[in-house]
Design a protein around this ligand. Structure first.
Ligand code: PA5
Length: 448
């Protein structure tokens, strides 16, 4: 039996009481139950809850087969998507990749790049230049099939691919992942005859990493999606409706966050001590920010990479306004061993570390930081991952999703909608004079 991810909340006590956390036990149990029986807010979007157990071998084999085709035919695969349509894939791929894979390519593996996650003109110019005369493929991901940023990027990349390969060959290098019936991407995919995967109606974008949205790019990058799903399945089992509050780490995390929030800790900082987790931070920020930040409520999710950011944000965290708490994602064992060498002259004064592993130094930095921040008035939670591999990433992603659903219900919001995202779109369309926005255009121009 493999170990599981652990949650340690001891360093939150002292800021909040054990009774306060226990006080959430009944509400947490009710929230978990609501996720399973669909009686809470946003219950049309609970398809992710049982997704790991419902992901069958046939789907995984099919995704692997498509991935093999793209791996054989492409030097570069562009994942086009924004928000939940790219962050999960990037989080897992970056966490599992060699840190320098962008310089020294893995053999027989396409380089994965991303587009449609911004509207940077120079970014797009440089991407087009990179892809010039390269064999590339596109995975175009948009649940709604209408989001402007990825639609724009896809139009440009599709045009380039067709120019480079010819229309007939280009069609076989494009995969679309979108709604089963609605949206422009579905229409385009049907018309052009692309290979497609469906994002089910009941799975929201930021909860879609364990659907083809995440699984296909991760498989194309050469990582084990079966292990990822197995890890998620294990976490589904150990955070289920029949698991007692004291044993359910997702319910515990949700309870502690809400208790801290209600005690005045309005900002949660997700911390890693492993640079490979940078995009797990980004994925987590979207998950919690979009799920909880509404009705003028919600913890602000921030994130840092330590020890890097100890030399920038560390000062603020140690001594700034005391409205923060930290959640440290700690990887127990690194994959490789690097020892500090002895130096005869010891001019750098580092001989006291000679013979030690770099990870031992990192772990002392981690422990020292946690203690310093607790002393400085920052409650600390710790999530321990035995190893940074696909299985434990599956556990971690599902853990955060489950806790997010519970936490949103404890806060009293609908964690599965994102009405606030529409405001900027409305203004942008009005400013761009999109057909159908004539009234808004008039109004917004009058404000300028
Ligand atoms: O969580 C969400 O639903 C959003 O962040 C979406 O993932 C994001 O807006 C992209 O939407 P779409 O996949 O429809 O292009």
């Amino acid at each position: 039996m493999r170990k599981d991810i652990q949650l340690d909340i001891d360093k939150a006590y002292g800021f909040i009481s054990k009774e306060s956390v226990k006080g959430y036990a009944n509400a947490s149990a009710a929230a978990v139950k609501a996720l399973y029986d669909g009686t809470g807010k946003g219950s049309d979007f609970l398809g992710w809850v049982n997704l790991p157990t419902e992901t069958n071998d046939a789907l995984l084999s099919e995704i692997e087969a498509t991935a093999t085709i793209l791996r054989e035919r492409c030097e570069v695969v562009v994942v086009v998507g924004i928000g939940g349509s790219y962050l999960g894939a990037k989080a897992v791929i970056d966490a599992l990749s060699n840190s320098f894979a962008w310089i020294e390519k893995e053999p027989n593996t396409p380089t994965i790049v991303y587009a449609g996650q911004n509207i940077g003109e120079d970014y797009m110019f440089e991407l087009q230049a990179l892809l010039k005369n390269k064999k590339f493929g596109i995975i175009s991901i948009s649940k709604s099939g209408t989001t402007t940023e990825p639609a724009l990027a896809f139009r440009l990349l599709k045009t380039q691919l067709e120019e480079q390969q010819g229309k007939a060959a280009a069609k076989d290098l494009i995969v679309a992942i979108t709604d089963k019936a609605r949206g422009a991407l579905r229409t385009l995919a049907v018309q052009e005859g692309y290979k497609t995967y469906v994002i089910e109606d009941n799975v929201g974008g930021r909860f879609s990493v364990l659907t083809p949205v995440g699984l296909l790019p991760i498989a194309v990058a050469g990582f084990d999606i079966r292990e990822l799903v197995a890890g998620a399945k294990r976490m589904q089992d150990i955070t289920g409706v029949e698991i007692a509050f004291e044993e359910n780490i997702a319910a515990q995390y949700a309870a502690v966050r809400n208790s801290l929030y209600n005690s005045g800790k309005k900002i949660e900082i997700l911390v890693n001590f492993n640079p490979k987790l940078h995009y797990v931070n980004e994925w987590w920020k979207q998950l919690y920010g979009e799920s909880e930040g509404k009705e003028h409520k919600g913890i602000f999710p921030a994130a840092v990479d330590f020890t890097t950011d100890l030399h920038s944000m560390g000062q603020w965290i140690q001594e700034g306004e005391r409205t923060i708490f930290e959640t440290v994602v700690s990887v127990e064992n690194s994959d490789h061993e690097v020892l500090v060498p002895t130096s005869e002259a010891d001019l750098d004064g580092l001989n006291y570390l000679a013979g030690k592993r770099i990870d031992q130094v990192n772990k002392m930095a981690e422990l020292g930081t946690m203690l310093a921040h607790v002393d400085g008035g920052v409650p600390n939670l710790k999530i321990s991952i035995p190893q940074l591999n696909a299985y434990y990433l599956g556990q971690l992603l599902y853990f955060f999703e489950k806790a997010c659903g519970i936490s949103g219900y404890l806060l009293g919001v609908n964690p599965f909608d994102q009405p606030g995202v529409e405001a900027y779109k409305k203004n942008m369309f009005a400013l761009l004079e999109k057909p159908g926005y004539e009234e808004e255009t008039k109004k917004i121009k009058a404000r300028l």
